[in-house]
Design a binder for this molecule. Structure first.
Ligand code: PMV
Length: 335
């Protein structure tokens, strides 16, 4: 019998324009359009093997079997994949990250992007990028942005309920370095799915959504024109707007740690001295400090010296999700 096995690699992504909140939770449609960049050196590698002898999906992450909410989430994604492809086999899934899981590094994005690709390729299916992005979205919204490469936009067409991400500039377009200052590797208390359900309780969410198109176009143009100053302004504004919504939800969510604010303040000082550098945070305390590659050699040692910074990871814009040999090694770049 033909082996029904495939291995895929995907990168997490960091959003410059964040999505936060759902327009329709059942259809997995986001409340607003978003823009992100894949983070090249960080990767998830996932092998999926369908086995007619299995009575349920089995999932290992970084060498341990998943249980609880994590397991339920992957199983529900696999159900969706089975429905979509019309088969009924269960799978053995083995996934590995080369970066801390669940600490605001969007591990669910690379996880479901790699799973969508490996899970369909193992069945001998060759989905288009659009179909894969649409599928990955059912695991985690931001996973749809980890299917295409480089700089990616995710738009929802509410009239057709179509929602998938597409690249608008390749990974070679702009060598921006994401220097990720890790202040905690612990699993966050409130995941983004639960957090987003609270977004509509914030009096600020409506204003954030209403202003998204303006920030989205500004950010897209800034990336296309390599305009770091505008990118920096709109990225920080967008991050503050999302965290303001989180902090004013009911109950409120505070993802920042004191060390996160310490890093933000340091970045503001470096900017005041003329350095092209900016920051953003997802649903976690770690700070993504972004700068052109040429000045990363100056920024990285400064970041490492800030109290509370445990380690710094770095990555240039990453390529699309892709199939790889099962035994390929995953290496991240610590500095
Ligand atoms: O789709 P999720 O569950 O990975 O949520 C991602 C939410 C943020 O990272 C906070 C914002 C974003 O657009 O990536």
């Amino acid at each position: 019998m033909m082996t029904m096995k495939a291995t895929a690699l995907a990168h997490p992504n960091i959003a410059f324009i964040k999505y936060w909140g759902m327009q329709d939770e059942d259809l997995k449609l986001p409340a607003n359009n978003s823009i992100s960049m894949n983070i090249g050196c960080l990767s998830t590698r996932t092998t999926v093997e369908y086995d007619p002898a299995l009575k349920a999906d089995e999932i290992q992450l970084n060498g341990s079997y998943l249980s609880g909410a994590g397991l339920a989430r992957v199983k529900s994604f696999m159900c969706h994949l089975r429905q979509m492809t019309g088969h009924s086999l269960f799978a053995r899934i083995n996934s590995e990250n080369n970066f801390p899981t669940g600490a605001g590094l969007a591990s669910s994005a690379s996880a479901f992007a790699a799973l969508a690709l490996a899970g369909t390729a193992a069945l001998g299916l060759k989905l288009s990028e659009q179909e894969l992005s649409n599928l990955a979205r059912w695991g985690s919204g931001s996973a749809c942005r980890s299917i295409p490469g480089g700089f990616v936009e995710w738009r929802t067409d509410s009239s057709t309920h179509q929602s998938y991400a597409a690249s608008f500039a390749s990974e070679q377009h702009w060598k921006l370095m994401d220097c990720i200052a890790i202040v905690s590797s612990e699993h966050k208390q409130i995941g983004s799915e639960a957090g987003m359900r609270l977004a509509a309780t914030s009096p600020l969410q409506g204003a954030r959504i209403q202003d998204t198109e303006r920030r989205f176009s500004q950010c897209r143009q800034a990336i296309l024109k390599h305009d770091f100053m505008t990118l920096s302004q709109v990225t920080e504004l967008d991050c503050s707007m999302m965290h303001a919504v989180m902090m004013t939800s009911n109950p409120p969510l505070f993802y920042w740690q004191p060390q996160s604010l310490g890093i933000i303040m340091a970045v503001k000082q470096w900017q005041a001295k003329g350095l092209p550098v900016t920051y953003t945070l997802d649903a976690g305390p770690n700070v993504h400090v972004i700068c052109p590659q040429e000045i990363a050699g100056d920024i990285l040692p400064r970041l490492k010296k800030i109290p509370g910074v445990l380690e710094v990871l770095k990555g240039l814009p990453g390529g699309p999700a892709r199939l790889i040999p099962e035994d390929s090694r995953l290496e991240s770049e610590k500095v």
